[in-house]
Design a protein. Structure first.
Length: 364
């Protein structure tokens, strides 16, 4: 009897406690926003398995989190408006610094920039940052607009006569009012955070002025792919996504040359935050993950892979020289001086932005 039971008992002993103890970290991050090697190394070093989901717009992230019980332990919202709003709604858990000794590796100046919305930086650490601009096929844009065209302005996209000439080549805009409207307002010479009715009307007019020349308004992840293959000729999206597409296009070696345009009118600058939802199932694993990410060598690997600058200065010497010296990855001080950071519009303005965006997508 005992003999027959033994294998069963061994089986139970071997599997049950392991299953009960298996630690899982549920990550919800932007697409193309980590070095896969870092995730594998985290699991190897800690034994914590990672369940990894991605989103490609702030609207998607906020929708998922606002419903509650997302089941995620780590999320990566932009400081404003998303992180600020989640924080205000009580949807984020205070971070226990004692569990994150590598917190000291964070850039004090960058952390100070987000302390206005999160006093004492209690709820988040800057992960990566970047700008909003245009990914372009350099030769095609020159061919369509003339060799003299200035490749540093949103004029390429937003002047209707330019958009018309580029329409056949393929214009795309990322599907995110939150991350598109501020740049349009700035290009118009308006307050990028303006939310008065006339600001929004002006932005809508500008967008409608090019609407019929726009091939698609689509998720930022699809834009990255379309830039890499050459299917998109001009696309409004995030800086590092363009630079990743540029690298992929070079590797493919099919004659697609992708360039990034940081708007001289002033680029939108954003900071993405590592944060823990208030109802995270495994907050201990979340703390362990943040501590792991904030190591200089891990962060350097991430910046090398995704082409966004991070918030750990000691990682800088470990970043590949070509990435470190790329002004589109690390914007020079003059460009930063002209940049602006988005704010958090009041609820009614946010609703109006959503309606405006739906009209833009519909084309009327
Ligand atoms: C990564 C998207 C960049 C994050 N694919 C924008 N805040």
């Amino acid at each position: 009897m005992f003999r027959r039971l033994l294998p069963l008992l061994v089986l139970i002993a071997a599997t049950l406690p392991a299953a009960a103890q298996e630690r899982v970290l549920n990550v919800y991050n932007w697409s193309d926003y980590i070095d896969p090697y870092a995730v594998a190394r985290f699991t190897r070093e800690t034994g914590i398995r990672v369940r990894y989901d991605v989103y490609d717009s702030l609207e998607t992230l906020e929708g998922k989190l606002s419903a509650g019980r997302s089941g995620y332990d780590i999320v990566v919202p932009t400081s404003e408006p998303t992180f600020a709003r989640l924080l205000r709604a009580g949807a984020l858990r205070p971070i226990d610094r004692a569990a994150i000794p590598n917190w000291r590796n964070l850039d004090a100046t960058l952390m100070e920039r987000v302390a206005g919305i999160d006093p004492g930086n209690r709820h988040g650490a800057v992960y990566l940052w970047g700008t909003v601009g245009l990914g372009i096929r350099v030769d095609r844009v020159r061919a369509a607009l003339g060799p003299e065209v200035a490749l540093d302005s949103l004029d390429i996209l937003l002047r209707p006569e330019n958009a018309q000439r580029l329409a056949r080549c393929g214009i795309m805009v990322m599907d995110s009012p939150t991350d598109v409207l501020p740049s349009v307002l700035r290009w118009l010479g308006r307050d990028p955070n303006g939310h008065a009715a006339e600001d929004l009307r002006a932005a809508e007019q500008a967008l409608m002025g090019i609407r019929r020349h726009v091939r698609t308004i689509i998720a930022s992840s699809s834009i990255l792919d379309a830039l890499a293959t050459g299917e998109a000729c001009v696309a409004l999206t995030y800086s590092g996504d363009v630079i990743q597409a540029q690298a992929r296009a070079r590797e493919a070696n099919r004659g697609v040359e992708v360039g990034y345009v940081m708007p001289r009118e002033g680029a939108q600058l954003w900071f993405d935050m590592l944060a823990i939802p208030a109802d995270a199932p495994n907050p201990d694993a979340a703390h362990a993950f943040i501590n792991f990410l904030l190591q200089p060598d891990v962060m350097a690997g991430i910046t090398n892979h995704v082409r966004y600058p991070n918030a750990v200065p000691a990682s800088r010497p470990l970043v590949d020289e070509a990435v470190r010296n790329d002004p589109n990855v690390f914007p020079p001080p003059e460009a930063l001086a002209r940049s602006f950071v988005a704010g958090t519009p009041p609820r009614e303005a946010e609703r109006e932005r959503t309606r405006l965006w739906a009209r833009f997508k519909r084309g009327r």
